[in-house]
Design a protein around this ligand. Structure first.
Ligand code: TEU
Length: 568
């Protein structure tokens, strides 16, 4: 089967915040259709659409109540079929979000399951008796705070939910559940969907003996290693591959929470017939203090060396087996320039710098809506955040457990809250950034007059055109897709530099990830080659790497040395 996904660049859409075609303040599928030419003009080949299925929207659609129909605010099934068609007409592909670690508690399966202990759907989910004292079956925590178990009066048992209590976890041990999942996948793939991003796929296999976590602190509930990589994980994925995926020329990317590179190889080694690639969290966790009761909100400063080490570990481990994803942003992560860079006076240079680091690497790049115009974190008072992860964490950490002050929590959310990625797409400098003619479901970022698509398209030096170039270079230079990766200057605290090599071609990428100037010295083995500039965010046309290069703040460049016989 062709490996088209290796040469593809993916554009991720969070539909409720992308473009609202009917003025209800909520993005929709017709809105996506209207903006397809924009995405095409960027050069992306694949669209990943976050969940659009029927849902009570407790977790913005990651709580699905019907996998076969589109949520009405997004449109109808016919709109979805039209979208698939319009994407294909433009020579692009579309992947959807497969959220099958859990359903909504309003899914018909769960409504049945909770009715009685002998209901035929009881085993679609995990139900357990309370401990002798009436407490939860074990000390597993929910990723959205509190216990992972909720008591249901009707049958006197607890059900399991890794996320909110409105997201009960499916029991993949039950063959009927797996059959349902394969059927719904087939339903959409037969209608033209080109693949799946698989939500928390790393958690579908549970440790069904439900062991308590051992804790050395006073945390009542723990989220840890039992929450992912359960004993039957790869068996289930292989079955899914056999039953469904192998029948289509599709693309698959698993959200593999809790995975290291060894686990990643298992998922993505083609000979194992599982998935094409996975999302790792390791490079996104470098600004989190590990093992804190405050979880992701316990921040530590950005360290370029940690970023280099982590990304290099993944580049190296998956060099000859498997495949990487490349991402800094998505709907769960804040804006990278606000998180690790400079989103003020050096915003443009900084956005281009991070883009260069990522798009020069080996793997499939993912661009999150707005990243291509350098959107920033928003400014909102705590009360204005909409995300349930933030609301629950506030209640637990600040109000109940008092492990964080309100001020520290506010600071952490201003950096890392998921809503920073979810503010409406900034199309122009008009009211609500041109996202909607009505009232947006979440306030537009106040900087929309300065940062928007219209402005980006009018400025030939914009971040948008820089992304367009990066994508174009990937299409023209196989070394960017297939070249072997090697880190340079590993201990340099400012510069992220590496080479890529493929069939006699060499690419050198160097990025100053700091606000100060930095001196770049190429290692001696690179000095024999003749280098041409492919890309520079400081408009350098020529670069002599034989001397030292005085790199400007957030300066980035990509130079290439062509195969000797092709240049002669
Ligand atoms: O995220 C899974 C996950 O473990 C984290 O990314 C988590 O949501 C959070 O960001 C931790 O801070 C996936 C989806 O991407 C996310 O939007 C959903 O809320 C979650 O699963 C539940 O479906």
């Amino acid at each position: 089967m062709s490996q088209w996904w290796k040469e593809a660049v993916v554009y991720q859409i969070y539909p409720r915040s992308f473009y609202d075609s009917n003025g209800d303040g909520f993005g929709d599928l017709q809105g996506v259709i209207q903006k397809l030419d924009y995405i095409k003009s960027l050069g992306a080949d694949v669209i990943w659409l976050c969940p659009v299925f029927d849902s009570p929207q407790d977790d913005n659609g990651y709580d699905i109540s019907d996998y076969r129909s589109i949520y009405e605010k997004f449109g109808t099934n016919d709109d979805m079929f039209q979208l698939i068609d319009e994407v294909h007409k433009r020579g692009m592909k579309i992947i959807m979000d497969l959220v099958v670690n859990h359903t909504s508690d309003e899914h018909a399966w769960f409504a049945e399951s909770r009715k009685s202990k002998d209901n035929p759907y009881r085993d679609y989910y995990f139900w357990k008796d309370p401990k002798a004292d009436g407490s939860e079956p074990n000390n597993w925590g929910s990723i959205f705070s509190g216990s992972a178990w909720t008591f249901d009066e009707r049958t006197g048992q607890y059900y399991l939910h890794y996320f909110s209590k409105k997201q009960p976890d499916l029991n993949w041990e039950n063959e009927a559940v797996r059959r349902e999942v394969y059927d719904l996948m087939t339903f959409w793939m037969d209608r033209g969907v080109d693949g799946w991003r698989m939500d928390v796929i790393g958690s579908i296999s549970k440790y069904v003996d439900f062991p308590d976590y051992e804790t050395d602190d006073s945390r009542p509930y723990v989220v840890g290693r039992y929450h992912s990589n359960g004993p039957r994980l790869h068996e289930f994925i292989q079955e899914m591959n056999r039953e469904v995926l192998s029948r289509y020329n599709c693309m698959t990317v698993g959200e593999a929470n809790g995975s290291d590179v060894e686990e990643a190889k298992k998922y993505t080694d083609p000979s194992r017939h599982e998935l094409n690639m996975i999302f790792t969290f390791e490079h996104m966790d470098i600004d989190t203090k590990q093992h804190s009761p405050n979880g992701k909100w316990q921040m530590k400063p950005f360290d370029p060396i940690a970023l280099k080490k982590t990304m290099t570990r993944w580049q190296t481990a998956l060099m000859n087996v498997g495949w990487n994803t490349l991402y800094f942003e998505n709907h769960d992560q804040p804006r990278v320039i606000s998180r690790w860079g400079n989103d003020r006076e050096l915003r443009k240079q900084c956005a281009k710098a991070f883009a260069t680091v990522l798009h020069g690497m080996k793997g499939t790049p993912f661009i999150y809506q707005g990243e291509e115009i350098g959107m920033t974190n928003s400014k909102m008072p705590l009360e204005m955040y909409d995300d349930l992860e933030i609301k629950n964490a506030y209640r637990e950490l600040v109000i109940e457990n008092k492990t964080m002050t309100k001020e520290d929590f506010r600071k952490a959310v201003a950096k890392k809250g998921r809503d920073h990625a979810r503010t409406p797409m900034q199309w122009d400098d008009g009211k609500h950034a041109g996202f909607t003619a009505g009232e947006p479901w979440l306030a537009v970022n106040p900087r929309y007059q300065e940062i928007n698509v219209k402005e980006s398209l009018a400025d030939e030096d914009s971040i948008f055109y820089y992304y367009q170039k990066l994508i174009g270079l990937r299409k023209q230079n196989k070394v960017i897709v297939y070249g072997d990766y090697r880190l340079l200057l590993g201990d340099d605290p400012q510069i992220f530099a590496y080479t890529r090599e493929y069939q006699g071609e060499k690419l050198l990428v160097a990025v100053n990830l700091s606000e100060e100037k930095a001196l770049f010295h190429a290692p001696p083995e690179l000095l024999e080659d003749k280098w041409d500039v492919l890309l520079s965010n400081y408009a350098r046309e020529r670069l002599d790497i034989s001397g030292s290069i005085d790199m400007e703040p957030y300066e980035a460049f990509m130079v290439i040395s062509r195969a000797k016989d092709s240049t002669s």
